[in-house]
Structure formats: structure tokens, C-alpha cells
Design a protein around this ligand. Structure first.
Ligand SMILES: Cc1cc2nc3c(=O)[nH]c(=O)nc-3n(C[C@H](O)[C@H](O)[C@H](O)COP(=O)(O)OP(=O)(O)OC[C@H]3O[C@@H](n4cnc5c(N)ncnc54)[C@H](O)[C@@H]3O)c2cc1C
Length: 304
């Protein structure tokens, strides 16, 4: 019987592991298929406090892992395939084992939707980005493409105009989904322009992004655009399918929690981007991981 199982090894899961381990809860972390989560897929991280010279994403999560292990956290490099929250103890099934646990921290995060075009994966971290707050700074004076037509695309596009010489929003339709106030603001920004009825079909470069191929969704015509970076904002998918029907979620699948990160099921907490679609920053997820572990500790103490 485990005291606490933590699902996920991103900033939320590993921070929860540090706090739970230091509280002598001997946590078991099921890492998931992507050890380190989203931050481990990026290169330079310059906004995580405590690292004035920045550091590589995988290095940050490796440090968190070492810190958690130092206090007794155990990591299983496996993924959870089923959970049963209907009775206590909670049952957690992975590809290779079934565990019983008194409490659970869901830190399974989210996945940015990908364009799925050639060059996207190759140039991620070298011109392709899913986070303006994280990477905008690297594109001072550069020409950028923002893909998407919703609020995030415009908000992040406007943020990028602080750095870039030009930000072009590419949208597959001829109308944006974003709110009218944001559309006005974007259209009034002299650094922003729009390409309508276009999709990106290829991202090309040589070590870094150099250009993209665009296809017109109406005529099918292809054209090339020279750009230094591509920011993709076509949504995120929370990794919460496991909890469908067992935990309360919003219409997009984000878990619903109270301000103390409790779900409706006693002893089940959520931390990070599995419930937070607003901030999407490593430090915020780490903070949620800390909160969830502290609440777990209180919950377990209440069982004695
Ligand atoms: C390319 C990129 C660059 C970024 N750069 C920055 C930056 O510079 N600064 C910054 O502050 N933020 C940055 N971010 C955002 C930051 O990475 C996220 O806010 C943060 O990683 C979210 O952490 P999380 O732990 O909530 O979730 P995630 O990082 O999404 O981690 C989720 C974890 O859950 C695991 N998991 C999922 N399903 C299961 C399952 N069934 N069983 C077990 N485990 C499972 C995954 O394998 C993963 O380990 C960036 C994001 C991206 C995509």
C-alpha cells in the first residue's frame, strides 16, 4: 500500500515528489512516457528562478528528480493506463504493475497541439515554439509567424510584437475566433499582419527556421514565406482521459479543483497543467505541485 502516488514527472509531479518525500510520505512517481514533461522538450529556460544564467529544460527536470530522490522519492518509468477512484484504496494500473494507494496526485499535464507538418519536430526549440512568454525574448528584431485564430494566438502574437520586427498571424479561415476587443487591438498594432485562408504545410531551415510553405485553403495555391520563427497556438490537450467519468472536468477536459487543489474525490489532488490552462509556466506548475503535496500530507494525517 502506497501513501501517495504521483502521476507525471513534469515540474508539478517532481515538485510534489520533493515535498511529499521531505514529509516522509515515500512517494511513488509514475513518470509517464515523457520524463520531465513539456519543459524537458525545450532547450534554453531563462525564467525559472534560481538559475540566473538559464539552463536547458532536461537539466532542470534532472535536478528536480535528483532532489526528490535524495529524500526518498521512487520513480517508475512507466505510464498509468487505468485508475479506479470508486473505492479506497485507490487502484492505479500501469503497463507493468497494479498499485494500491491511499492518495493520488494527478500531475499528468497537457500537450500542446501540433501542426503535424514536416520540419515541426526537427525545429522545435530552434525556431518552432509553443510559448511566447518562454521564447519571445530569443526573437528580438526577427520575423515571426503565429499560427492560430483564437484568443491565445492573438494574445501571444501581441506579446511577441515587443520583440519581433514583424508578427504575421496565419489563420486557416477568413475570420478569427478571438474576442472582438483582442481583434481590434491586434489589427491596430502596426507590427502585426494577417494571412487568411492559409495553412502551414512545411517548416524549412538549416539549423534554424528559415521559411515556411503555406497552402491556400480555398484555391490550394502554395507559396513560401521567409520567417525566423513559428509560434503555434492551436490549443492544448490536457492529459486527463484516464479520469473521464471519475473526476469532474470542464468541456476541454481540464480537471476541476477547489483553491486547495482537491478534486471531488477525497484524497485525489490535481497539480499543474492537468487543471491549469491559464498560466502554463514551469514555475506555476511547480507551485501547484508543492500545494498538492502539502494538502496530501494533511489528508493522510487526517486518516490516522
Ligand atoms: C516547447 C516548450 C517550451 C517551454 N518553455 C518554457 C519556459 O522556458 N519557461 C516556462 O516557465 N515554461 C515553459 N514551458 C511551459 C512548461 O513546460 C509547462 O508549463 C510545464 O512543463 C507544465 O508542467 P506540468 O508538470 O504541469 O505538466 P507537463 O510538463 O505536461 O508534464 C506532464 C507529465 O505527466 C506525464 N503523464 C501524462 N500522462 C501520463 C500517464 N498516463 N501516466 C503517467 N504519467 C503521465 C507526462 O509524461 C509528463 O511527465 C514550455 C513548454 C513547451 C511545450
Amino acid at each position: 500500500m502506497e501513501d501517495v502516488i504521483i502521476i507525471g514527472s513534469g515540474c508539478a509531479g517532481l515538485t510534489a515528489a520533493i515535498y511529499a518525500a521531505r514529509a516522509n510520505l515515500n512517494p511513488l512517481v509514475v513518470t509517464g512516457n515523457e520524463f520531465g514533461g513539456q519543459i524537458a522538450t525545450t532547450t534554453e529556460v531563462e525564467n525559472y528562478p534560481g538559475f540566473p544564467n538559464g539552463l536547458q529544460g532536461p537539466e532542470l527536470t534532472e535536478q528536480m528528480k535528483l532532489q526528490a530522490e535524495r529524500f526518498g522519492a521512487r520513480l517508475e518509468y512507466d505510464a498509468v493506463v487505468e485508475v479506479d477512484l470508486t473505492h479506497k484504496p485507490i487502484a492505479v494500473k500501469t503497463y507493468s504493475a497494479t498499485y494500491e494507494t491511499k492518495s493520488l496526485i494527478v500531475a499528468s499535464g497537457a500537450t500542446p497541439r501540433k501542426l503535424g507538418v514536416p520540419g515541426e519536430l526537427e525545429f522545435t526549440g530552434r525556431g518552432v515554439s509553443y510559448c511566447a512568454t518562454c521564447d519571445g525574448f530569443f526573437f528580438k528584431g526577427k520575423e515571426l509567424l503565429v499560427v492560430g485564430g483564437g484568443d491565445s494566438a492573438l494574445q501571444e502574437g501581441l506579446f511577441l510584437t515587443k520583440f519581433a520586427s514583424r508578427v504575421t498571424v496565419v489563420h486557416r479561415r477568413d475570420q478569427l475566433r478571438a474576442g472582438p476587443a483582442l481583434i481590434d487591438k491586434a489589427q491596430c498594432n502596426e507590427k502585426m499582419s494577417f494571412l487568411w485562408n492559409k495553412v502551414v504545410t512545411h517548416i524549412n531551415g538549416d539549423g534554424a527556421v528559415k521559411n515556411v510553405v503555406l497552402q491556400d485553403t480555398v484555391t490550394g495555391d502554395r507559396s513560401e514565406a521567409k520567417v525566423d520563427g513559428v509560434f503555434v497556438y492551436i490549443g492544448h490537450l490536457p492529459n486527463t482521459a484516464l479520469f473521464q467519468g471519475q473526476l469532474e472536468m470542464d468541456h476541454e477536459g481540464y480537471l476541476i479543483v477547489d483553491p486547495f487543489l482537491h478534486t471531488r474525490v477525497p484524497g485525489v489532488f490535481a497539480a499543474g497543467e492537468a487543471h491549469d490552462k491559464h498560466f502554463r509556466q514551469a514555475i506555476v506548475s511547480a507551485g501547484f505541485g508543492c500545494m498538492a503535496a502539502l494538502e496530501t500530507e494533511k489528508y493522510l494525517a487526517s486518516l490516522d
